[in-house]
Design a protein. Structure first.
Length: 409
């Protein structure tokens, strides 16, 4: 949905809601959170919320799950109409849209500088100088996961990936191929490490798309060659297929994020490795790094700020973050947790932290969603054989620029 379409939808819904009901005033001892935590993370979160409620019988935290796109749009519509939850949990790339529609208020109205100082730089997400999101994790950093039964160690460079890939890709007597590599290469987010490895990026500091570049062309060609020239990965992938292939040992390696690592049996059956270095550029392949955390509904009244402070301090606190790191491989945002022996001495968590340091922060700019949409169509047409990398780079740039202009950004 474009920014303009979303804005019109917000206005219409706000008018309807405003006529139907007055802004709610939740009980002073109750905090409602909309979140998009899924799978094992959702189970962990619900457990933490239940423990908080048991330990604080005079207070209630209610967690409500919503899908990512639905959460973003529904929250904006509700907040503009004077409704919605007290807190919303999601990724940092929502912040510019939330703040731009005045759906949230900055955390500086609730917390002081001493509280923010306990977080890493990535743990307090700012936009236009104000803190809008308090993260309980930084993550989503893609890493190479390899099957310990298939290989003793991961490739250090893209050249190694090709060379090892040819040896690891084999066909058995039944005609079934075990590939060297599988991953969700149909989705642009998973392509980002190759783009950065060739020196490219998706936008400049002003939010303008930077897609029609030699670096984009080189990265597209490299991934296409992995499939069509070197034959080390399947002809077409989506996330579910790639996941299943690796679990069934029909691929020796997969590129995936921390939400999946426990399911792959890390560190027993499988192990993590840093994404490779591109010797042609001297650059390491760097994924996007996204902080995820809590933002405050603009409609939450000041008389609830005391309760909000207690709840948010707990949900982003050291004990919760350490537990998340142990169980979910997330990277903490509390400085003290990074020095905890359980984190500091865990080789898997340290590898994840090293990859996080070798990542690029996801931009908070509102243009990002238009750029993703501009990339997606031409990108997929390259792998469908409908476009060359050169044609796709030009088409991405044009589409993204038109979407941004049409969205009123």
């Amino acid at each position: 949905m474009s920014a303009r379409a979303l804005f019109l939808r917000v206005l219409l819904a706000a008018a309807l809601l405003a006529g139907a009901c007055s802004p709610p005033r939740e009980a002073a001892n109750r905090v409602v959170i909309w979140h998009q935590k899924a799978g094992a993370e959702r189970a962990f979160f619900e457990q933490i919320v239940a423990e908080y409620n048991r330990a604080n019988p005079g207070e209630t935290v209610k967690a409500v799950y919503r899908e990512g796109e639905e959460l973003r749009d529904s929250f904006i519509i509700a907040a503009v109409a004077g409704q919605g939850p007290d807190l919303v949990f999601g990724p940092a790339d929502n912040i510019a849209v939330f703040a731009g529609t005045k759906a949230i208020r900055p955390w500086s109205e609730v917390f002081g500088g001493e509280f923010f100082a306990g977080f890493t730089e990535q743990g307090v997400v700012r936009w236009k100088g104000h803190p809008w999101l308090l993260a309980d994790q930084t993550g989503n950093q893609l890493m190479l996961v390899y099957d310990r039964q298939a290989m003793a160690g991961a490739p250090a460079t893209l050249d190694d990936l090709v060379a090892m890939g040819k040896d690891l890709t084999v066909r058995d007597t039944q005609g079934t191929t075990r590939y060297a590599l599988t991953w969700n290469y149909s989705e642009p987010f998973f392509f980002i490490p190759f783009l950065t490895g060739f020196g490219g990026w998706i936008m400049d500091d002003a939010g303008r798309p930077t897609l029609d570049t030699p670096e984009m062309r080189a990265a597209l060609q490299f991934v296409l060659d992995l499939r069509d020239k070197h034959g080390v990965m399947p002809q077409y992938e989506d996330y579910a297929t790639a996941n299943l292939m690796f679990l069934r040992r029909r691929a020796a390696m997969i590129i995936d994020g921390p939400w999946s690592w426990a399911g792959y049996g890390v560190p027993g059956r499988s192990m993590l490795a840093l994404l490779p270095l591109n010797t042609a550029t001297g650059l390491r392949c760097r994924p996007m790094l996204a902080a995820k955390g809590y933002s405050l509904n603009v409609n939450t009244p000041p008389e609830k700020f005391g309760l909000i402070r207690r709840v948010v301090a707990h949900l982003t606190g050291p004990e919760v973050q350490l537990g998340m790191a142990r169980k979910l491989f997330t990277t903490p945002t509390r400085r003290t947790v990074l020095e905890e022996p359980d984190f500091r001495d865990n080789p898997v968590l340290q590898l994840a932290l090293e990859q996080a340091k070798n990542s690029v922060a996801m931009p908070a700019a509102p243009q990002l969603r238009h750029i993703w949409d501009g990339i997606r169509g031409p990108y997929r047409r390259v792998f469908a054989g409908d476009m060359t990398p050169d044609e796709a780079a030009r088409a991405m740039q044009k589409d993204a620029e038109e979407r941004i202009a049409g969205g009123g950004l």
